[in-house]
Design a protein around this ligand. Sequence first.
Ligand code: UTP
Length: 304
Amino acid sequence: MSIANSGITNAVVPVAGLGTRMLPATKSQPKEMLPVGKRPVVQYVIEELDRNNFQRVLFITGANKYSIENHFDPDPVLTRHLRETGKEELLEELEFERSQLHFFYTRQKTQRGLGDAILHAEEFSGTQPFAVALGDSILGRNSQSRALSHMAELFTTQKCAAVVAFEEVPLEDVSQYGIAAADKMPAPGEQFVVRDIVEKPTRDEAPSQLAVAARYIFGPQIFPALHHTAPGKGGEIQLTDAIRALVHNGEKVLGVRLPQSDTRYDIGNFEDYFKTFVEFALFDEKYGPALRQHVRQLLEQENA
Ligand code: UTP
């Protein structure tokens, strides 16, 4: 079954966060626009949504996020300039502008958390199910991930209230994520019933090492759950707390453990950002080979 058959055509991309863990890089530019290899992070996210055949994308934006809107607007002046100056080969780099996706924008005026950001999608999605793809996380090195299509298919065929992507994280990292309780550890690619979910638990509280991984499918039931969610950890409305309410209300919430090929790259902190940039640059078709040599030399010098 394709996305078209699952009937889910709306996607929401929250990009309103302040990105304080990435200061000073994010003082006046969105973290979602930081480059990973040749492209800004959010371009990978949009290309993934395009490949999974979504049709309408709502960005939840905030102050200082204009460059995201600019990035996805076709730029005829730049295109003409490239043609007139004999730089046609660079037009290929602007291919993404020709996507058939329809973009919508709304603003989260106060950064009250991811749950609050998703509430801004209520009018956009109405009674229809929708996908959420965090604007600061890439799935898979080649943005070929079909995880959202698979999740949409599960949502529809299994009549779920939510389907959430998960990945296994080291025990020392559980306190950074929403963590699921499952009957047993699913194999990569496998689905499971989410028995409970806890936002940023301590190592002792964590019911597993299955961490929420930046992609979701929700039915309209998520909105009343969010409206009833009190501010949680950090004074923010936590999306995880609303998912927990769905589970506790007896709604069907499935998890999918992402396969290895859909590894989540989180751009929200410098450690992961640096690792991701290096990995993507090393695998770049054009620049990767020379970069590998350079990095090898640097490491040899260090070890000498
Ligand atoms: P984070 O949880 O990384 O929060 O957001 P943040 O505020 O951006 O970053 P820090 O913690 O200050 O460093 C995950 C995703 O949710 C969006 C972000 O833009 C990011 O894509 N988000 C987060 C919102 O849209 N609104 C919010 O209030 C919080």
